[in-house]
Design a protein around this ligand. Structure first.
Ligand code: HEM
Ligand code: NFK
Length: 283
């Protein structure tokens, strides 16, 4: 151990950054770190945590959309292996997002009640990126577009997502090109509608699960999609549990019933046939 207990800076380290790209300029930190604007007055200590938790979630949602869009393009160009790399990253990001609830769970109902009133009618329900991720995964809902009528850029982003095939649509189109019997009603479906379970698809999925050696990459892909749906439900569940411990059964600032409304999202499924097939495997 050096007696000074101070690390010497090496001569090669650049310290005059005038006119150069820097850490802060590259990452636009001047903007990022001045974008926290608590609205409680006097400012409540815990509102900063509330803002940071949402902002970090929005950053991860941006990355999820980036990965999911790429995964769909890769599937459309028959590159399943690379598409699955994207999905692997999506799964890791979901893990972080779900873990992150434990930070917000340190916010007590007493603390939250002290600045909740300042939030007005704002609500996570109005998160355009969250809605775009739901759409990308198949939970389309035309009525959600209306929420963004006051914000043309958000409306354009979500409308574009609404009109795009979902990750499952692209996967099933790819499986069809690989020779699996994906019914025409799926290949030709109106992709702006929520994905609904189609019994005629189950034989194609069953074929993959009963003969994994012949369809190994598709088999892996199906399991990755199930992981992704599981992870999505874990996030929803932690949200519901955080909400219940913080506001109990109060109605939401966005105007919904609150916990009951969030509970009903847990009944939704993105990839129904991937679950149905499990009932049919073995005895
Ligand atoms: C104490 C913290 C939180 C509470 C009490 C809470 C409460 C609620 C409630 C009651 C709703 C239903 C809509 C409404 O009427 O407002 C909702 C929806 C939502 N919240 Fe939160 N929330 C919290 C934290 C978060 C965080 C950190 C995020 C991350 C971005 C988030 C994202 C969402 C989303 C995306 C929805 C829409 C869910 C859907 O449509 O199924 N919430 N929240
Ligand atoms: N809906 C929450 C308020 C809330 O959580 C919130 C408020 C503004 C921005 C994001 C929020 N997060 C999730 O809904 C409530 O009813 O307390």
């Amino acid at each position: 151990m050096s007696t000074e207990n101070e690390r010497a800076l090496e001569d090669g380290i650049v310290t005059d950054l005038t006119g150069r790209m820097t850490y802060g300029s590259y990452l636009a930190l001047d903007q990022l770190l001045t974008a926290q604007h608590p609205v409680s007055s006097p400012e409540h200590h815990d509102e900063m945590l509330f803002i940071i938790q949402h902002q970090t979630t929005e950053l991860w949602l941006k990355q999820l959309l980036h990965e999911l869009s790429s995964a769909r393009r890769l599937l459309a160009s028959d590159d399943l292996r690379e598409a699955l790399k994207r999905v692997a990253r999506v799964k890791k990001i979901q893990d972080v997002m779900t873990q992150q609830w434990s930070v917000l769970a340190t916010l007590t109902p007493t603390e939250y009640a002290q600045f909740r009133g300042a939030l007005g009618n704002s609500s996570g329900f109005q998160s355009v990126q969250y809605r775009a991720v739901e759409f990308a995964l198949g939970n389309k809902n035309e009525r959600m577009l209306g929420v963004f009528r006051d914000h043309p850029e958000n409306l354009a982003l979500l409308t574009a997502e609404w009109e795009k095939p979902t990750l499952y649509d692209e996967f099933l189109r790819y499986a069809s090109r690989r020779g699996l019997p994906v019914p025409a009603e799926i290949l030709e479906r109106d992709v702006r509608l929520p994905y609904r379970e189609t019994p005629a698809l189950v034989p194609a999925i069953r074929e993959i699960y009963l003969n994994p050696q012949q369809h190994w990459d598709l088999y892996e892909a199906c399991e990755d999609l199930v992981d992704l749906e599981d992870n999505f439900q874990f996030w929803r569940f932690r949200h519901l549990k955080t909400v219940t411990r913080t506001i109990g059964m109060k109605v939401g600032t966005g105007g919904s019933s609150g916990a009951g409304f969030l509970q009903r999202a847990l009944e939704l499924t993105f990839f129904p046939e991937l679950y149905t097939v499990r009932t049919e495997i073995g005895s």
